[in-house]
Write a protein that binds this ligand. Structure first.
Ligand code: FAD
Length: 258
């Protein structure tokens, strides 16, 4: 398989750095081709702005959505964006690896998503009408590819359990797994989580890498999270609400999982 690892941690000697090195080595030893986008090492430009298009706007109103579309359609995107899109086209599986910072991904990785996920590439794909609201949530340009998160968190697993004070980890990761990965088409595998990071020592690290190695060995056969397809009949279109007879009287993120 071709595997793209998008990695966001500023310190190569960190736990995340060690897990990244382990992941690359493990996947390559298993015969996979691996590319790493090490965002801090690349000094990735985090903010989306008018400079993401090679065409100057000369003081005109900057419309982020339209500018992205124009640049994507006409080959006028900033080169760093086009290179990352090419890596995504190349990849069969994409792994996003990051420490949980303020219940989300580090800003540099969010900036990678904001800029690389261009209009026409990751959104604005397919027919948009009152009967077909685009190719997204299970369809789109990245359909057929798999994705998985590797996330480290300072909090304990119980803090992220169903009744934990931080909220369930599935809910915290929903905007990333459903909104960022499933939206453009990825099949999303359950995340690989490391909790209570300040308690990681040599013995724990060996356990973690053993478990991670098994997850990596099963990338191709792991059952994805059962997010419901937008165009699979479960949602009314164009309202995009889940049909009344599915998960009746329930609400929240979990209703979007079969
Ligand atoms: P490091 O600090 O590099 O290492 C953690 C431990 O692993 C250390 O004890 C280190 O000695 C050990 N270690 C590292 N490498 C190895 C190795 N090769 N072998 C053996 N041991 C090793 N946490 C939450 O739960 N929720 C949040 O919302 C949250 N928000 C945060 C916001 C910010 C801005 C910051 C800075 C932290 C936040 N945290 C939060 C904590 C954060 O998630 C953890 O600090 C992070 O996940 C730890 O990962 P690291 O790679 O930086 O670990």
């Amino acid at each position: 398989m071709n595997i793209l690892l998008v990695y966001a941690h500023p310190e190569s000697a960190s736990l995340n750095g060690s897990l990244k090195d382990f992941t690359v080595k493990h996947l390559e030893n298993a015969g996979h081709s691996v590319q790493v986008s090490d965002l801090y090492a690349m000094k990735w430009k985090t903010s989306l702005d008018a400079d993401d298009s090679l065409d100057s706007i000369n003081g005109e109103f900057f419309d982020a959505v339209m500018s992205s579309r124009q640049a994507f359609d006409h080959g006028r995107q900033s080169e760093d964006i086009a290179i990352e899109q090419e890596k995504l086209r190349w990849a069969d599986t994409v792994i996003l690896q990051f420490p949980l910072w303020w219940f989300s991904m580090p800003a540099i990785l969010k900036g990678w998503v904001d800029r690389v996920y261009a209009n026409g590439f990751a959104y604005g794909v397919g027919e948009h009408s009152d009967t077909h609201w685009g190719d997204r949530y299970g369809e789109g340009n990245l359909a057929g590819k798999r994705a998985m998160l590797i996330v480290t968190a300072g909090g304990w697993e119980s803090h992220y359990s169903a009744r934990g004070i931080n909220g369930p980890i599935d809910d915290i990761l929903f905007p990333i797994q459903h909104g960022i990965l499933y939206y453009p088409g990825f099949d999303v595998l359950p995340p690989f989580m490391v909790y209570r990071t300040n308690k990681v020592d040599q013995a724990k690290f060996i356990d973690i890498t053993h478990e991670l190695g098994q997850r990596l060995d099963h990338l191709a056969i792991t059952t994805p999270i059962g997010f419901r397809q937008q165009n699979g009949g479960s949602y009314a279109i164009p309202q995009l609400t889940l049909r009344e007879d599915i998960a009746p009287d329930r609400s929240g993120f979990a209703i979007h999982i079969e």
